[in-house]
Design a protein around this ligand. Structure first.
Ligand code: HEM
Length: 480
């Protein structure tokens, strides 16, 4: 087996396993055990890949073996998350769901969503300018509006719209359910067969409630679309495209497949983008010189007669470096999404047993001082404006092999729309309050679940004169 911390009989490394931010502990262990290490949690093999090179060799080059997902009993079998594309086992059903998403979110089709992404970015900037305390809620709402529009053609009514609160609640349930050690049934799967009146079987109740939330979050927007086809097709969207490609009618099986694929887009696209955009705000408040340099680039290329558009990114290498650096500095998914081995394997003489959970330690890959000097510093100049260097960050952050993120181009559009609009129209400043300002330097990030977010923080926004008045004109013309 690959090297790793010393194991106890039966329970293995249970007591050494961190409850929060496991990527930080794995990064510490990587210094002792190297690029590939092994951890045992009550007989479950976990293989942690600490370098991009090893992750590529296994997850990319041997993708036939390492494209499965781990099996979760509590959230997967009992609460129903295993229906979602992202947690589907590698096989025919996964392939069919994935195809639906991949063909909708190609690079070529990305521009058809640009006007939506640009409008929402402008409304976001406008609303945060007027009320900086709405930062978190506005980022969540605007990104949610984008993703729900392009999935179902539905226009969200506000932050409390159940079509947005449902998926968020469901993601939260998933995070809670995957905290290592929270549910005994994940270690002793036979417990899922005990009668639900038995003492200690309260997890059944919880799983039932979670299943209901997931079910409603997945089916309700789809059923809305079916009943409001005319309204729903006014904007290109995943579900309408699939229905139209099938000649207007789906079989029950096709419909079910589409519902779970669409629900994965919601889950995949909301929190990951939200975390990235919040980290951008944080970086700009902490590094004013970098912000000014980016603003100067935007001013020179875009001028003062119009607001920036997503397409401008091709002429803005420094802004592209900033987006890349945000993703490297505070990766939204520091351990990616785990893969699993569907057969026994051998790598450089190391045995990787069938069923091993394969974790890409993205945090270590993007904070390795041998590759990124002073990795805790936010330093966009490290890419020397070279896209080939920036690509190395995306190649790690958006995952590996056949499971790599199919939403990259859409995510890119949302993030550039927001970053460009903010740089053009506002100065993002730290809070005036000394205490709140001090917290920004060491702002904690959440350490439970797949996606890591900055904890609540404050910034101030100051309008950038003529651009802000352009923004006001545009907002007036938008129906928001
Ligand atoms: C900053 C934004 C995003 C990041 C960092 C991100 C990252 C990732 C990562 C690391 C994976 C797992 C890859 C692997 O297993 O190796 C993934 C999977 C996935 N992502 Fe994204 N993603 C983002 C945005 C999006 C968006 C906007 C969408 C939808 C349009 C999306 C849809 C998906 C789907 C459907 C999967 C599951 C793929 C599968 O299991 O086959 N993601 N993403």
């Amino acid at each position: 087996l690959p090297p790793g911390p010393r194991r106890l009989p039966i329970i293995g490394n249970v007591f050494q396993m961190p409850q929060t931010s496991p990527w930080l502990t794995f990064t510490k262990w990587a210094k002792t055990y190297g690029d590939i290490m092994h951890v045992d949690v009550v007989g479950k093999h976990m293989v942690v890949l600490n370098s991009a090179k090893v992750a590529r060799e296994l997850l990319d080059k041997r993708s036939l073996t390492y494209s499965d997902r781990p099996h979760f009993v509590m959230v997967g079998d009992l609460a129903g998350f295993s229906e979602l594309l992202v947690f589907q086992s590698y096989g025919e059903e996964w392939r069919k769901q994935r195809k639906l998403i991949a063909q909708e979110f190609t690079q070529a089709s990305a521009p058809r969503y640009y006007s939506l992404q640009e409008s929402q970015a402008r409304i976001l900037a406008w609303n945060i300018l007027r009320d900086p305390s709405s930062l978190f809620s506005q980022v969540r709402l605007r990104i949610g509006i984008n993703i729900i529009q392009v999935t179902y053609g539905y226009t969200v009514k506000g932050a409390e719209d159940p079509f947005i609160t449902g998926p968020l609640q469901s993601m939260q349930n998933f995070s809670e359910g995957t905290v290592p050690g929270s549910f005994l049934v994940d270690f002793i799967p036979a417990l899922k067969y005990v009668p639900n009146w038995m003492p200690g079987a309260g997890f059944f109740q919880k799983a039932k409630a979670w299943r209901q939330v997931l079910w409603d979050a997945s089916w309700a927007p789809y059923l809305w679309l079916k009943e409001n086809q005319n309204q729903a097709i006014s904007m290109p969207n995943l579900c309408a495209s699939v229905i139209s490609d099938a000649g207007g009618e789906l079989s029950r099986e096709e419909e079910t497949r589409l519902v779970w694929a669409a629900s994965t887009v919601m889950g995949g696209g909301l929190d990951s983008n939200m975390s990235t955009v919040l980290s951008f705000f944080l970086a700009m408040a902490l590094y004013p010189e970098i912000q000014s340099k980016a603003q100067a680039e935007v001013d020179a290329v875009v001028g003062f007669e119009r607001l920036p558009e997503i397409n401008d990114k091709t002429s803005l290498p420094y802004v592209r470096s900033i987006v890349t650096e945000v993703m490297r500095w505070r990766p939204a998914m520091p351990l990616g999404i785990p893969h699993a081995a569907n057969e026994d394997g051998l790598y450089n003489g190391l045995y990787i047993p069938k069923g091993s959970v394969m974790m890409a330690n993205v945090w270590n890959m993007l904070h390795d001082p041998k590759i990124y000097s002073n990795p805790s510093d936010f330093n966009p100049d490290r890419y020397k404006n070279l896209d080939s260097e920036m690509q190395k960050v995306f190649d790690v952050l958006f995952g590996f092999g056949r499971r790599a993120c199919p939403g990259f181009h859409f995510a890119e559009g949302t993030i550039f729309a927001i970053v460009l609009t903010l740089l053009a129209t506002c100065d993002i400043l730290p809070p005036t309050n000394e205490e709140a300002r001090a917290t920004l330097n060491n702002l904690p990030y959440t350490g439970v679940g797949i996606i890591s977010f900055p904890e609540n923080f404050e910034v101030r926004l100051k309008p950038r004169s003529s651009r802000a008045s352009l923004l006001a004109d545009v907002i007036e013309s938008l129906d928001c």
